[in-house]
Design a protein around this ligand. Structure first.
Ligand SMILES: NC(=O)c1ccc[n+]([C@@H]2O[C@H](COP(=O)([O-])OP(=O)(O)OC[C@H]3O[C@@H](n4cnc5c(N)ncnc54)[C@H](O)[C@@H]3O)[C@@H](O)[C@H]2O)c1
Ligand SMILES: O=C(O)C[C@H](O)C(=O)O
Length: 338
């Protein structure tokens, strides 16, 4: 009885409000380090009515396990075949993609490109064919390049809708908020630090000044570095067994929840995300992460970066140079390897 009360309270805290609308959510890579806890969190979300789990290995097993949780949604695991993938994707409102290999110590996210680019390309092809109107949430790294790859695939099949493609950068904001709360002894739940740019190293630009903080000198440098290289902290600590999975699952579930809230009519839902953006196209960046208001059609309004300090401007200038190269690499790959 007590455990039911505790579970209910946790569930209500994690996902407020109930859903009236049917929402099928698919996870591609559902048996992985991120995929499993992400599937668990989605099963706890009352806004999800149907959970579709696909992996090249172990999808049905994860689905059987998660399906015993006593929430209303149905859960199905699909066989690792083209038909299984097609059925998993069909009628999905949201498709989350955490499929691909994670980093080991000493690797950059770009070092994952050779393996993950083709995995994401092939899953994007299947999504473009079977779920062309879904919101596609790319988690697989390097996000700065896998999002452009996904866009090129959708463009090649004439179904690209820039309002429905998202690189998931939520974890950067989660970290930036947590790390400032540790420095300032505040409640991290009340922190929401804006982070713009992309999702790797110097392309991750926290804008502390916009939350009224003014760290100086090495405290500022250390903070920025920790946000930019928070992923490496986890990769090091796991010592070869992968990268962030649990915090990422929370971040991915939060982003999916925000999209569902917006789709179900809630106004003013804002999340940071890496999208097709007008902000820095003139600097070679077709895609850029900033705060984005979500709506029933996906992207509703892309917020500009706004007022920043000279220090933040310098970080942004470095970011844009790296980001343009990462984006170009993804576009080139997709065009040369259709
Ligand atoms: N965006 C972010 O903030 C963020 C955060 C953490 C990790 N990541 C990235 O997410 C990816 C996954 O990380 P992980 O720790 O879950 O890795 P993992 O190896 O634990 O899991 C990956 C899963 O993908 C599956 N997979 C591989 N190819 C597939 C395909 N073609 N179709 C379907 N499934 C396939 C594997 O079988 C495996 O179950 C990595 O690229 C990692 O770098 C991104
Ligand atoms: O660091 C990684 O490789 C995984 C992820 O992008 C992260 O930020 O934790």
């Amino acid at each position: 009885m007590l455990s039911r009360q505790i579970f209910g309270a946790v569930q209500r805290r994690a996902f407020s409000a109930s859903a009236s609308q049917a929402s099928k959510v698919a996870v591609l890579g559902a048996a992985g380090g991120i995929g499993q806890p992400l599937s668990l969190l989605l099963k706890l979300n009352p806004r999800v009515s149907e959970l579709a789990l696909y992996d090249i290995k172990g999808g049905p097993g994860v689905a059987a396990d998660v399906s015993h949780i006593n929430t209303k949604s149905t859960v199905k695991g699909y066989d690792p075949t083209p038909t299984g993938l097609k059925e998993c994707l069909t009628d999905s409102e949201i498709v989350l993609i955490p499929a691909g290999v994670p980093r080991k110590p000493g690797m950059t996210r770009d070092d994952l490109f050779n393996t993950n680019a083709s995995i994401v390309r092939d899953l994007a092809k299947a999504a473009a064919d079977s779920a062309p109107n879904a919101n596609v949430l790319v988690i697989s790294n390097p996000v700065n390049s896998t999002v452009p790859i996904t866009a090129e695939v959708f463009k090649s099949k004439n179904v690209y809708n820039p309002k429905r493609l998202f690189g998931v950068t939520t974890l950067d904001v989660v970290r930036a908020s947590r790390f400032i709360s540790q420095l300032k002894s505040t409640d991290p739940a009340n922190e929401n630090i804006t982070v713009v740019g992309g999702h790797s190293g110097a392309t991750i630009v926290p804008l502390l000044s916009q939350s009224g903080y003014s760290l100086e000198g090495s405290t500022l440098d250390d903070y920025v570095r920790r946000v930019q290289f928070g992923g490496d902290e986890v990769v090091q600590a796991k010592g070869g067994a992968g990268s962030a999975t649990l915090s990422m699952a929370m971040a991915g579930a939060r982003f999916a929840e925000s999209l569902l809230k917006a789709a179900q009519g809630q106004k003013g839902v804002i999340e940071p995300t890496f999208v097709d953006s007008p902000l820095y196209k003139d600097r070679g960046c077709e895609y850029f992460a900033s705060n984005v208001e979500l709506g029933p059609n996906g992207v509703e309004n892309i917020h500009p970066v706004g007022k920043i300090t000279d220090h933040e401007q310098k970080l942004l200038d470095v970011c844009l140079q790296d980001l343009a190269k990462n984006i170009e690499k993804g576009v080139k790959f997709a065009k040369e390897n259709p």
